[in-house]
Ligand binder design. Structure first.
Ligand SMILES: *Cc1c(COP(=O)(O)O)cnc(C)c1O
Length: 402
């Protein structure tokens, strides 16, 4: 393209920045999958690989019943709405899904968004202003951080998962009109489960509200899969829940905020990503409704995920790998060194196992790892094959003693 000189500088600058990312090993390369998402995927080189890096916790992403439910909803409600909700973009399937989510989560009402990123981006600004305080875990998801930035409330940050620092920050926020504590229910890098019982106690003592982001929890955490609030036995004590339809609940896209009626009603009036963005596709609303019916009828998927998690955590530790302890299907296999994590992930890829290496700045310096994510769809044969590959790669790279 013939670019006028004045603009060349801009494009040259971008190329230079991209080259720097590549040089620093921070350039993100996308893998291309040629099949449905699942326990195994066919990659664009034609090779089938066991997938250990999707948020496909319940194994529903490529599931045939989901495809059927999406097709049925499309047949009935059409392909799209071409409208925001409040003009002419709300169908019965959207209202049914909002009711089903409220019931599943044990909340009064729910509002749908195009993504959880939007739910978090649009939750703070309509509800809180400069007279209020938002107290946020230091490792909260980027969408929470961005959402808080859009809001005029005073910001306080507590050290990750540190209850005594949370208390310090609550004291610092004393005198503010309303106080909101916000945390991921489960943190995606470590699988750490927020200490919601202690957080709710502190909130009660300091007259604060509590919000949790349940993207890595809805559908499978807790005895019946309601989420971290069920897991920590604080159902009924959480004020605001945000979550995604794009992970365990089928994996397409879509998000939600569940809360008291007054909160949801306010968001419908004022939340900008809701007011100024298109309605969720009927296929997603219908298929999500199908998921919630399925999860309410049986805990079999959640139970299978749990069994796979327990098996893999024990077996990988028995091989001699260091993992972050816990109970979540996110299993960080610690390699500490960034190049080692990259080589290890690459070797596993060659052995037909898909995992992602994470290193600084995504995780702290010296804490490089591959992050394994288990699914209810994994068979024990697949997990055993993956474990054998971990062992082989570990021996080859001198990470395990033979
Ligand atoms: C994935 C994720 C989101 C974003 O969800 P989308 O629906 O994909 O936008 C938000 N918060 C947390 C904690 C997440 O893990």
């Amino acid at each position: 393209m013939n670019t006028p000189k004045a603009r060349q500088g801009f494009y040259a600058q971008l190329d230079e920045n991209l080259a720097t990312l590549r040089r620093d090993g921070l350039y993100k390369q996308e893998r291309v999958i040629a099949s449905r998402q699942g326990a195994e995927v066919v990659c664009d080189d034609g090779q089938t690989r066991i997938n250990l890096c999707a948020n496909n916790y319940l194994g529903l992403s490529g599931d045939e019943t989901m495809v059927r439910a999406a097709v049925e909803a499309t047949e009935e409600y059409g392909y799209g709405l071409s409208s925001v909700r409040f003009i002419c973009g709300t169908q019965t399937v959207h209202k049914k899904l909002e009711r089903a989510l409220s019931e599943f989560l044990g909340m009064e009402d729910t509002i749908l968004y195009a993504a959880a990123f939007d739910a978090n981006g649009g939750v703070f600004e309509p509800l809180f202003d400069e007279q209020d305080a938002i107290i946020s875990d230091a490792l909260n998801h980027a969408s929470i951080i961005d959402g808080i930035r859009l809001c005029k409330a005073a910001r306080y940050r507590y050290r990750h998962n540190d209850m005594s620092d949370l208390e310090v920050q609550l004291h610092a926020a004393e005198g503010k009109r309303h106080k909101l504590i916000v945390t991921d229910g489960v943190f995606s890098m470590d699988g750490t489960v927020a200490q919601l019982d202690m957080i709710c106690d502190l909130a009660d003592r300091h007259g604060a509200l509590v919000m949790i982001d349940e993207c890595h929890a809805t559908g499978f955490m807790g005895r019946t899969g309601r989420g971290t609030h069920e897991y920590r036995d604080v159902m009924g004590r959480i004020d605001i829940i945000t979550g995604t339809l794009g992970k365990a609940l089928g994996g397409a896209m879509g998000g939600f905020t569940a809360a008291r009626r007054e909160v949801v009603e306010t968001l419908r009036q004022k939340s900008r990503p809701y007011l100024f963005s298109n309605s969720l596709a009927p296929a997603i609303a219908g298929a999500s409704l199908h998921v919630l019916e399925r999860l309410s009828a049986s805990t079999d998927l959640r139970d299978r995920l749990h069994a796979n998690t327990v098996h893999f955590r024990r077996a990988i530790a028995d091989l001699g790998f260091t993992i972050k302890p816990g109970a979540h299907p996110i299993v960080p296999v610690m390699l500490f060194d960034a190049p080692v994590a990259q080589q290890f992930a690459q070797r596993l890829y060659e052995l037909d196992v898909l995992v992602t290496g994470f290193f600084y700045p995504v995780v702290p310096m010296g804490e490089a790892r591959v992050r394994v994510q288990l699914s209810a769809a994994h068979t024990s044969e697949q997990l055993d094959h993956a474990l054998a590959a971990f062992k082989q790669a570990g021996l080859e790279l001198g990470l395990l003693k033979s």
